[in-house]
Design a protein around this ligand. Sequence first.
Ligand code: SF4
Ligand code: SF4
Length: 132
Amino acid sequence: MYKEDPLPLRPHHSLCFQNFAGEGYSGGFTLSLARIRDSLMQDPERKVRLTTGPDRVCGACPHLMGNACSSPKPSLFDQKVLALTGLAPGQVLSFKELLALTRPLNRDRLEECCPGCQWLPLCLSLQGKTMN
Ligand code: SF4
Ligand code: SF4
C-alpha cells in the first residue's frame, strides 16, 4: 500500500525514460529527468496518474511556458501512446504496468509514437537499451 499520491506522468514520457542516455534540453532538465526515472525504476510499484498536461518531468523543462508545453508535438505523442495501449488520461496504474504496455511500442513502433521529435534518431539507436 502506497500512501503517496500517484505521480502525474505524460504517457509518452514512459518511452523517453526507456531511451534516456543523459541527453536533454538543459542541464537542470536532464538532472531532474534522471532523478524521476531512477526513483520510478527503484520503485516500479509506484503509482502514476496519466496526464496529457505538464507533469513532473515538464516541471524542469525550458519548453514549459506557464502551464503548457510550447510545442504541440508532445500532445500528439501522448495521444499515440494512449491509442496504442488502450490507456486513458487520468488512469492510475503502477509504473511497472505502464512499462509493460509501452515497452513493445518502444521496441516496434517508436517512429509512429514520436513523429518529428528531435531525439528520435538517438532513441531509435537505443530502443530500451538504457533501461533493463
Ligand atoms: S518539451 Fe514539453 S512535454 Fe516535453 S518535457 Fe518539455 S514541457 Fe514537457
Ligand atoms: S523520440 Fe522523443 S518523445 Fe520519443 S522517446 Fe525519444 S525523446 Fe521521447
